[in-house]
Design a protein around this ligand. Structure first.
Ligand SMILES: NC(=O)c1ccc[n+]([C@@H]2O[C@H](COP(=O)([O-])OP(=O)(O)OC[C@H]3O[C@@H](n4cnc5c(N)ncnc54)[C@H](OP(=O)(O)O)[C@@H]3O)[C@@H](O)[C@H]2O)c1
Length: 277
């Protein structure tokens, strides 16, 4: 299969590119800096595309490169993402807008630009044509101080369901994969985001939050584990529309069913006690 995979510079995207290449797939992997693709580019089945998902022209140019390659595009994996953290009251407008620009509007723009190629694949008789959106457990339940990230992942769950239902007549599938904590650089990036707390009423939470984040990351699965789930989903003719990828995912499923006030107490207790949920 030929796959467009966004965000291959590190983490889940990098591990997924490697797993796809090992299985003999053809990968068009996106990076924002060409140097971030130097190792992957050593593989003959990997082509690096420069793309910033907030820059529509860069998305269109990347898709045009795939189109003119003459290869049939079977799947798009929207993996690029950022995690903005901070109290909703004090988050800077540019930060909460960037959260949606990258995770929601960026992923949607990639789908819009790539869909003509996916339709062409179906019209040429290809089976198993699909979009996989990398969501998160945060698209399932909302933890305090990562609420805007959660909002972006809830939005992507809705976009994925909408795409799947709108694309049924054309035989193109759309599914989401929602990992719990994964050991990737996204956590280190989140730990440096302290400006929304400093000098505000929420400054007290920082000393609890950093160990909480470190603890969550330490209990996380490897990016290779998530890559394995992505690979299986890609190759399946009827994958589950939504997969929660984390140990004891049933805990989250139960948590989601509890009354909201009970959920509130659990989140607050876990943050106090510096535990993972
Ligand atoms: N790690 C977790 O615990 C976890 C859990 C659930 C879901 N996820 C989701 O998994 C996906 C991958 O994250 P990760 O954990 O592997 O983190 P990561 O290592 O930080 O990877 C994020 C990728 O997104 C790219 N990216 C960021 N902004 C971009 C933009 N404007 N345009 C194009 N690409 C951009 C990054 O490229 P640069 O290097 O150029 O910034 C990087 O390749 C994200 O959607 C994330 O929300 C992660």
């Amino acid at each position: 299969m030929t796959i467009l995979l966004t965000g291959t510079s590190s983490g889940i995207g990098r591990a997924t590119a490697e797993a796809l290449l090992v299985k003999g797939h053809r990968v068009f992997g996106t990076v924002r800096r060409i140097s971030d693709a130097s190792e992957l580019s050593l593989h003959p089945a990997f082509s690096a595309l420069i793309m910033d998902v907030t820059d529509r022209a860069s998305i269109a140019a990347a898709i045009e490169t795939i189109r003119t390659s003459g290869e049939t595009l079977h799947a798009v994996i929207n993996n690029s993402g950022i995690a903005v953290s901070g109290p909703l009251e004090t988050l800077a407008e540019e930060d909460y807008r960037r959260q949606f620009d990258v995770n929601v509007f960026g992923s949607l723009a990639v789908c819009q630009e790539a869909l003509p190629l996916l339709h062409a694949a179906r019209e040429a008789g290809e089976a198993n044509v699909k979009i996989i959106n990398i969501s998160s457990v945060s698209g399932y339940v909302t933890a305090p101080f990562t609420s805007i990230y959660s909002a972006s992942k809830f939005a992507m769950e809705a976009v994925t369901d909408g795409l799947r239902r709108e694309l049924v007549p054309f035989g193109i599938d759309a599914v989401s994969i929602a990992p719990g904590p994964v050991k990737t650089p996204i956590w280190t990036k989140a730990k440096t985001q302290t400006k929304a707390y400093e000098g505000t009423r929420y400054a007290y939470i920082l000393e609890k939050l950093i160990p909480y984040v470190e603890n969550a990351e330490a209990g996380g699965v490897t990016p290779e584990h998530v890559a394995g789930v992505i690979l299986k989903t890609l190759e399946s003719s009827r994958p589950r529309p939504h997969q929660l990828v984390m140990p004891k995912s049933w805990v989250v499923r139960i948590l989601k069913q509890l009354p909201k006030r009970v959920q509130d107490k659990i989140f607050l207790k876990n943050m106090e006690g510096n535990k993972r949920y």
